[in-house]
Every structure is written in C-alpha cells, then in structure tokens.
Design a protein around this ligand. Structure first.
Ligand code: HEM
Length: 126
C-alpha cells in the first residue's frame, strides 16, 4: 500500500503554482509587504519560485528547494526583514485569499491554513 502525499492529494505542482502566483500578486500590490521583497522584477519572480518550491517540498513533493537552497532555516532567512504583527497579518491575508481561491475540500484547506498560521507566527521577529 502506498501513501499519497498531501502534495499529491491537493493536486501537485499546478496547485502550488496557482497558490503562490496569486499570493505574489497580492504582495506586489501591498504597501506593507512590497518594500520587503526584491525590487528587481526578475529577482521578485525568483522569490516566487523559492516559496513555491519550499511549500511543495514541505508537503511531500519534489525536494528541489533543498537541492537549490540547502536547509530551509526559515527563521534565519527572515532575520534581515522586520516582521511584526502588521507584516505577519498582511502576509496571512494574501495567503488566505490565495488558498481560498483554490477551492480545496474544507479539510485540506484547513490543514494547509493551520500550518501557514503557525509558520507565520513563528517568523515574527520584531
Ligand atoms: C523569503 C517575507 C512568512 C517562507 C521571504 C522574503 C521575504 C519574506 C521578504 C525574501 C524574498 C526572497 O528573495 O526570497 C515574509 C513575511 C512573512 C513571511 C513578511 C510574514 C510572517 C513566511 C512563511 C513561510 C515563508 C510563513 C513558510 C511557510 C519563505 C521562503 C523564502 C522566504 C521559503 C525563501 C527562502 C530562501 O530560500 O531564501 N519571506 N515571509 N515565509 N519566505 Fe517568507
């Protein structure tokens, strides 16, 4: 018997592509968050790819993120950015919008959302 990863259950790469694309559209138009992210358009696009690959790996998909970036060390990688409650809540708002637009079954949406809330709270550093 084979275990199907959560990554596969929710639709694989295409689902993560849609989620993170929608999230970064939100970031691009957000006056609180946009200044934290790379100003250069190409680098901004690469940031989208980094988050997508991380989330795919986290949920049991391909390990491309770590092949390219090594151990995630998310707290360390976020240390250069001032992340207070305002930044956290803006980040979660765009993720919540993006996640709901996927129209996943409620139980899967909740699994994903609970993780994002937990992770975002753990990255507040200011
Ligand atoms: C990178 C902001 C929460 C995962 C970044 C970057 C910024 C940022 C400005 C740099 C963009 C880049 O060049 O890659 C924030 C803010 C958050 C937040 C304001 C609010 C709490 C999260 C959460 C996760 C996450 C909850 C994971 C679930 C990542 C990853 C990267 C990243 C994987 C790329 C790391 C790398 O390989 O360099 N974040 N982030 N972030 N963030 Fe966040």
């Amino acid at each position: 018997e084979q275990t199907v990863s959560f990554y596969e259950q929710i639709g694989g790469e295409e689902t993560f592509r849609r989620l993170v694309r929608r999230f970064y559209e939100g970031v691009a138009g957000d006056p609180v968050l946009r200044p934290l992210y790379p100003q250069d358009e190409e680098e901004f696009a690469r940031a989208e790819e980094r988050l997508r690959l991380f989330l795919m790996q986290y949920w049991g998909g391909p390990r491309t993120y770590s092949e390219q970036r090594g151990h995630p060390r998310l707290r360390m990688r976020h240390a250069p950015f001032v992340i207070g409650e305002r930044e956290r809540d803006a980040w979660l708002k765009h993720m919540g919008d993006a996640l709901r637009e996927l129209n996943l079954p409620p139980e899967q949406e909740k699994t994903f959302w609970d993780y994002l809330v937990y992770a975002a709270h753990s990255l507040v550093n200011a």
